[in-house]
Write a protein that binds this ligand. Structure first.
Ligand SMILES: Cc1ncc(COP(=O)(O)O)c(C=O)c1O
Length: 393
């Protein structure tokens, strides 16, 4: 059976060109970048090159890039780093209620350390209202953290405007751009961003490596102390193969952005329109327009999302009910709750996330299958049967 991978917001396949670029740093130039000999120098040069590629992709300077172990660490370093380094200036942070747990749980931890956090609500399609950011600012605010694009429903925020509001009020602006790289044209200067978190495995790079853009002059306290690598902001021997992979992957994602976005958008639109037209009792979660080019997220009446995912898997389609981190939790997704979807409907959700490697033929194959799977699951759903007897759908 052919397997079709539609779970690219959870993680992506490594691009073969990325794997090829990484290989020499496993078995040929495996030195420590701090060593003086040729092995060390090769590693150090590869590190510099990857830093430059990463900086070029987001319009920053290479000295403003800190390599980390992934998106979670980058978010933690940004938020905890700013909070603990700027405690004298204030103790208040503004974020939204539907951030990734890497941001939400960091903010919750900071609340236990005496910080105050405002969790802004989002609209029914998942937008943060920039006016609410303005209203939430107090004399004690030090940081605004709003994600670039949501990992479950794909809503793209107005980052430039929110960053502008933050700067007008003398505040630092952090954005979790983990889902945005390779899908949106991000430029840290134009977009008013001071701290930007990214993660290689979301754009066809390897897992376990990420980066944080830290605008020059930003006061940040490290999370990890040690040998002083990464300008003292992230000690530990650098993961050279991983960092090389990140650099190659982000360079490719920038070079091929336009063509990849166009491809993903057309496949996504076929999936969205085909599902909404072809399957009864189905609605789209999130914004129809301000939406990542690779995201479709639906809710189906009278269907359990897990049953849907498992049945689609049997038919060869890898999808998810929500974010990978919460997919094994029985709790309804905090993102769907934040946009006002009742728990029972949130449980009937299906997330399809594409990459540049998906095709229109795969979309057509899915559309043939989804209708059949939904019809069969409803035929054995007691809630659907009860509703039918009562005259419902
Ligand atoms: C929006 C967002 N932020 C942060 C993360 C965490 O990234 P990582 O898995 O690299 O720690 C993810 C991963 O799913 C994500 O989607």
């Amino acid at each position: 059976m052919e397997h079709i991978y539609f779970d690219n917001s959870a993680t992506t396949r490594v691009d073969p060109r990325v794997a090829e670029a990484m290989m020499p740093y496993f078995d040929k130039w495996y030195g420590n970048a701090s060593s003086l000999h040729s092995f060390g120098r090769e590693a150090s040069e590869a590190l510099d090159e990857a830093r430059e590629r990463t900086a070029n992709a987001i319009g920053s300077k290479s000295q403003e890039i800190v390599f980390t172990s992934g998106g979670t660490e980058s978010d933690n370093l940004a938020i905890q780093g700013v909070a603990f380094a700027n405690r004298d200036a204030g103790d208040h942070i503004i974020t939204s209620a539907f951030e990734h747990h890497a941001v939400l749980n960091t903010c919750r931890f900071l609340e236990t350390q005496g910080f105050r956090v405002t969790y802004l609500p989002v609209t029914s399609v998942g937008m943060v209202d920039p006016e609410l950011v303005k209203e939430a600012i107090t004399k004690r605010t030090i940081l605004v953290s709003i994600m670039t694009a949501n990992n479950e429903i794909g809503t793209v925020q107005n980052v430039r405007e929110i960053g502008g509001i933050s700067h007008d009020n003398g505040l630092l602006f952090h954005t979790d751009a983990v889902q945005g790289i390779g899908k949106l044209p991000l430029e840290v200067n134009k977009d008013n961003i001071d701290l930007l978190a990214l993660s290689a495995h979301k754009f066809h790079g390897p897992k376990g490596v990420g980066a944080l853009f830290v605008r020059k002059g930003t006061n940040l306290r490290p999370l990890v102390y040690g040998g002083g690598q990464e300008r003292g902001l992230r000690s530990s021997t650098e993961n050279i193969p991983g960092i090389v992979g990140l650099g190659k992957a982000i360079e490719l994602s920038k070079l091929e952005l336009e063509e990849n976005v166009a491809r993903m958008t057309s496949v996504r639109d076929r999936i969205i329109d085909g599902t909404l037209v072809g399957v009864t009792g189905c609605r789209l979660n999130g914004h129809r327009v301000r939406r990542l080019c690779n995201n479709a997220n639906f809710r189906f009446d009278y269907i359990d999302g897990e049953a849907l995912v498992l049945n689609l898997d049997v038919k060869g389609f890898a999808t998810s009910t929500g974010s990978a981190c919460s997919a094994r939790s029985t709790e309804a997704s905090h993102v769907l709750k934040a946009i006002g979807i009742e728990s029972e409907h949130a449980r009937g959700s299906l997330r399809i996330t594409l990459s540049k490697m998906n095709s229109m033929a795969e979309a057509e194959a899915y559309l043939e299958t989804i209708k059949e799977v939904v019809t069969r699951l409803r035929s054995i759903s007691p809630v659907a049967m009860l509703s039918k007897q009562e005259g419902g759908a």
